[in-house]
Design a protein around this ligand. Sequence first.
Ligand code: SF4
Ligand code: ZN
Length: 328
Amino acid sequence: MKKVKANPKMPVAVWSEKEIMDGQIVDSLVVVLRSKGCFWSRKNGCLMCGYNNDCLSSVSSEDLVNQFELAIGQHTNQPYLKIYTSGSFFDPEEIDMVAQKRILEMAGQKAGQVLVESRPEFVTAENLQRATDLLKRLEVAIGLETANDDIRAKCINKGFLFSDYKRACDILKKNDASIRTYLLLKPPYLTEGESIADVKNSIERVSEISQTISINPVNVQRGTVVEGLWKRRYYRPPWLWSLVEVLRAPSKVRIVSAPSGGGSKRGIHNCGKCDKGILNAIREFSLRGEINIFNELDCDCREEWLDTLELDNFAGSTGDLARLMKPQ
Ligand code: SF4
Ligand SMILES: [Zn+2]
């Protein structure tokens, strides 16, 4: 496939999708802006993150406003607006104050609820005050990934602690902003079973703090540590059965998941035969929250998944045993 040169004046992508707002299914407009990218990914970087592939160091403040003007031109009355930047919206090095203000002004005029993403260090009282003045309702998504500080440091290299997340959430709460927390299913160096247990434990801790929890299964992105492990057969993306298992976990708050690359070899997948049906069920569950939707699901590969959970533990391995045992 021929690589098209990224244009600093054009957003990465704009699309419409369903969301929940005030308990109702509504349309939301999703805008992915091409920014300079996440400072952490330039400095150190999370082991699974390839978002800097979508970024461009030459993007200026005017470019960002320009991109958003183009994107918002596609707004057709959606009450919910999600603005992604492949980094932190509130990081002034990524989206400077002038662009932040202009984008939020336009967003506030169009939508009833606006979601942006940020690392905890950029969630400050000043940033929040400025944003909530310009918007009717603000939701901030934070990629906590796990409630376990050891796993976040050693298996993800996230560069912040649970206490940093908690501090950011306190500020969000004080400013009446909603909190959406991302949890990561299957970081490297954990077995499938360990990852399921970690997400369940994280759901329990985070549901005290966050209004929505979004489970993000790892997909193997270009140029990442995870890709290196995957190519050498030391990593398998999670099974869809594992995601179903964690979505069924008891929670006081709404749990959703919109796996990227689901059903592909780089994304969360099962045997190939049942993937589409399970992904549809996950989509439905994320909108309606009805756990019964998973009751009907079955496939021969469920046994293989159960065997994997046992075998990983027995072998003490986090590699992709099925591929490692195959002659190359
Ligand atoms: S996962 Fe988030 S915090 Fe980590 S490098 Fe990527 S954009 Fe930055
Ligand atoms: Zn199957």
